[in-house]
Each structure stands twice: as structure tokens, then as C-alpha cells.
Design a protein around this ligand. Structure first.
Ligand SMILES: Cc1cc2nc3c(=O)[nH]c(=O)nc-3n(C[C@H](O)[C@H](O)[C@H](O)COP(=O)(O)OP(=O)(O)OC[C@H]3O[C@@H](n4cnc5c(N)ncnc54)[C@H](O)[C@@H]3O)c2cc1C
Length: 419
């Protein structure tokens, strides 16, 4: 690392880590500050001593078209730490009717699979799919439910679950434009861009530990337990960072990347007017007596008509995701565990009794609500202070709150401070 100016990166979630990796690889001096005792932010893992397994805070699904995320993994030597099916396939089960089907997009950009009766979602017609054009043409204020008015099987079995999974926001308030951008970068580029991928061992093993090892190897310093309390700012520049016990006066050549959550960034820089509503995600991790395999050897299964929308399998651990889980805020863990285990037992043809050990994890601030109003007020990476850039999934990435968006934002902030 050169002896040149230092870039102080505050927040070691994926946005901060991506900025740190990019800048450290360019030979820049980097110091990374994180309030928590570990890195990863909303994408982290921990040892669950009671269950005796490593758990992720939540299931994270990526797609093979997530170019920024894959570039980040390649830069940290973790490119082969994601797993997924060799071909693009999304299996589904309707828990109410017992019907099963698999969404298999075609190889090219043209969606030929929609013409195939066998590959189409049961109960949907080609005419239903024509609704997609309204999404493409939607204005900035339009919600998904306003863009796609048709109801029926395609709504219940595709648009509704897709919106909730991609935006973590119900279609009645989710931005049509944000959903369209997700589709444009994945499904509309053909099967090769939407192969589902998950971390083989853990989120930490894919996204956090290799990045920390990379920046440390390149000479960066990583400081845990450093919570930024205030940013001293003048007209055109940031002058000092005030941590709990340390005041850090910046050298005129130093740069700062603020890579904290939108809620903390809003408190530190009130003049930016950052007002993002949070949306929760609930995950359940169930430890089965033996390793399980999902139908067709796929690592995930979409569930329609149950409490959770996705079921993932990794060895003995089966994990369920309930996105946009506002309705479960007051549901006690015991009642929720019963419901989620009942769905799992049905989906995997397991005996309903006895219920295996299960952990419920609630992330109240998993993502920002991907509404048209939020999409309109996202700040760019550059700020009015020449030495301060913003990174984070909430910045103007054109994507909802995702790993891809967070990493893209880190790369954008690195480009701004690296100028
Ligand atoms: C349960 C769950 C499931 C998800 N599922 C998916 C999925 O399937 N696919 C997908 O792509 N995305 C998913 N996401 C979203 C994804 O995890 C986030 O968009 C991404 O991790 C956000 O990264 P970030 O760096 O922008 O923010 P964060 O991860 O929030 O990082 C901010 C960091 O700043 C630190 N910090 C905060 N305040 C301070 C301070 N004052 N001083 C110093 N440090 C501070 C925090 O501790 C944190 O480490 C999911 C999120 C959750 C919670």
C-alpha cells in the first residue's frame, strides 16, 4: 500500500467492504471502521451454540447476472464459494393445491419458454404475460400492483412472490421501476443471467472473511468496535470524524466513505434528508436429524400459499424466508415456529412430529421499503463535501436493497474518492 492519502471507510457491511477491496487493490491506504465486533452488517453469519451449527442472519439469494457481486468475489478469491444448479431452474410448490412446477427461462434473451405449455406456470396463459409490458413502461410513481392489474394464477404464483422476494415490499407499495430493473439485469438477459446462487458454506465464508483477508493482506487496517458518532463538516469538506472515544482530524488529502445503514447516515448527515422506511425479514433455520435434498437436487424451493416464500437446504439445515414480514411482527416465536415447520414438513414430505430444533431470526430493518417515494430520494455516491462519498444499498443504484446493490454502491464510492 502506498504512503499516499488515507481513505477512511466507516461501516464494514458489503458496501464498505467492496469499497475497501477496490481501493486496497488500487494500492491506496485504507482504514475500515466498524461499530460492531464483526463485519458483514446485514449479511453475516454466527455460531449458534444451542443448535451446534453456523447460521446466516438470513438466506441470501443471488443470481448469476449479479455482475458487481461476482466481480467482488473474484477479487477476494471467493468466486467458487457460491453454489447453484448447473441450469437455471426455479422449482415451486403450491402448498394449498399440492401442484409443483419449475420455472425454466430460455437460454437467449427471447422468452421462448413462455410459449411452451409444459414450462409455463400452471393456470397462466401467454396473454397474462403480456402484462409485463406495463412494467417496462411504468412511470416513477407507479407501483407493481398498478402496473400489473391482472389477477389470477400468474399474479399469485409469479408477480406477487417475485415482488416480495426482489423488493421485500408488497406489490401494492413496491416500485414498478425497481422491479423492472431487477428483471432487466437478470431474466431479460436470458437463463445465463438468472441462475440462482447461494453461499456454499456461509455468508461469512463467501462475502466477509475473504474480503477482510484481502484488504489486510494489502495493508489495510480494520478496526472493530469503532462507532462513528458525528461528522464535523465545513462548507465544502469534512474536517473530522468523531468516534465514541476518538476524534480523528482529517488530513487535507484524506477521503471518507460513509458506508453505514440509511438510518445511521440520516442521523449523521441530517441535511441530506434521508428518510427510508425499514422493512423486516423473518428467517427460520431448522436442524434436521440428517442431511436433506430438495427435489431435483436444487438448493431452493419456492413456496406459494404458505407463510414463507422460499425454502433453502444446506446439509442438515433447512432455512425459510418470510419477506416483507410486517404482518408477523406480533406473532410469538412459538406460533410462528409451528406454522413454518408445518410448511416445511409438507414441502419435504417429513413426519409432522416431532418438530426438530428451530431458530427464528427477525431482522426488523432488513431492507428499505422499495417504494416509488424511496426510489426518488436516493442520494448518489458523490456528496457536496469534496472528500466524502456515500456507499450503501440505499444509494442511487437503480436496484432494491440487495447484495448486488450494496457492492455496486461500494464500487461507485471507491470511484468517487479515487478520482
Ligand atoms: C434477513 C435478510 C435477508 C436478505 N436477503 C437478501 C437476498 O436474498 N439477496 C440479496 O441480494 N440481498 C438480501 N438482503 C439485503 C442485503 O443483505 C443488504 O442489502 C446488504 O447486506 C446491505 O449492505 P450495506 O453494506 O449497504 O449495509 P449494512 O450491511 O447495513 O452495513 C452497514 C454497516 O455499518 C455499520 N455501522 C452502522 N452504524 C455505524 C456507525 N455509527 N459507525 C460505524 N459503523 C456503523 C453496521 O454495523 C454495518 O456493519 C437481505 C437482508 C437481510 C437482513
Amino acid at each position: 500500500m502506498s504512503g499516499g492519502p488515507t481513505t477512511h471507510i466507516v461501516g464494514a457491511g458489503l458496501a464498505g467492504l467492496a469499497a475497501a477491496v477496490r481501493l486496497a487493490l488500487q494500492g491506496r491506504r485504507v482504514v475500515l471502521y466498524e461499530a460492531a465486533p464483526q463485519a458483514g452488517g446485514r449479511c453475516r453469519s454466527y455460531e449458534d451454540k444451542q443448535l451446534g451449527v453456523t447460521l446466516d442472519n438470513g438466506n441470501h439469494l443471488l443470481l448469476s447476472g449479479n455482475r458487481e457481486a461476482l466481480a467482488y468475489l473474484a477479487a477476494t478469491g471467493a468466486a467458487d464459494s457460491l453454489v447453484g444448479p448447473a441450469e437455471t431452474r426455479f422449482p415451486f410448490l403450491d402448498l394449498a393445491s399440492g401442484e409443483r412446477w419449475t420455472v425454466e427461462p430460455s437460454a437467449g434473451r427471447l422468452p421462448w419458454w413462455l410459449l411452451s405449455g409444459e414450462r409455463r406456470i400452471p393456470g397462466s396463459s401467454l396473454g397474462d404475460w403480456l402484462e409485463t409490458r406495463h412494467l417496462a413502461l411504468a412511470g416513477p410513481q407507479t407501483t407493481v400492483a398498478q402496473a400489473i392489474r391482472r389477477r389470477g394464477a400468474l399474479w399469485r404464483r409469479f408477480w406477487q412472490p417475485l415482488t416480495v422476494a426482489a423488493l421485500n415490499t408488497q406489490p401494492e407499495e413496491g416500485s414498478a421501476r425497481l422491479l423492472w430493473e431487477v428483471l432487466r439485469r437478470s431474466f431479460l438477459r436470458g437463463a445465463a443471467a438468472c441462475r440462482p446462487l447461494i453461499a456454499r458454506d456461509s455468508l461469512a465464508a463467501s462475502f466477509v472473511e475473504p474480503a477482510l483477508a484481502t484488504v489486510r493482506r494489502l495493508g489495510a487496517e480494520v478496526r472493530f468496535g469503532w462507532r462513528l458518532r458525528a461528522i464535523e463538516r465545513g462548507e465544502t469538506r469534512v474536517g473530522a470524524l468523531l468516534f465514541d472515544e476518538v476524534r480523528l482530524d482529517l488530513d487535507p488529502t484524506d477521503r471518507v466513505v460513509l458506508a453505514v445503514t440509511p438510518w445511521v447516515a440520516g442521523e449523521l448527515l441530517p441535511e441530506l434528508g434521508l428518510a427510508f422506511e425499514p422493512r423486516p425479514i423473518v428467517n427460520a433455520h431448522i436442524v434436521l436429524p440428517a442431511a436433506t435434498r430438495l427435489p431435483a437436487e436444487l438448493p431452493l424451493l419456492g413456496l406459494i400459499g404458505g407463510t414463507a416464500e422460499w425454502l433453502f437446504a444446506r446439509g442438515r439445515v433447512v432455512s425459510l424466508t418470510v419477506s416483507a414480514a410486517e404482518a408477523l411482527a406480533d406473532t410469538p416465536n412459538e406460533a410462528l415456529s409451528e406454522r413454518l415447520w408445518a410448511d416445511t414438513a409438507r414441502a419435504l414430505n417429513l413426519p409432522p412430529e416431532p418438530r426438530p430444533p428451530l431458530r427464528i431470526l427477525r431482522e426488523k430493518r432488513a431492507t428499505f421499503a422499495a417504494t416509488p417515494a424511496a426510489a426518488a430520494r436516493r442520494p448518489g455516491a458523490a456528496t457536496g463535501w469534496a472528500n466524502l462519498a456515500l456507499a450503501g444499498d440505499y444509494t442511487a443504484t437503480d436496484l432494491p436493497s440487495t447484495i448486488e446493490g450494496a457492492i455496486q454502491s461500494g464500487h461507485s464510492a471507491a470511484a468517487v474518492v479515487g478520482r
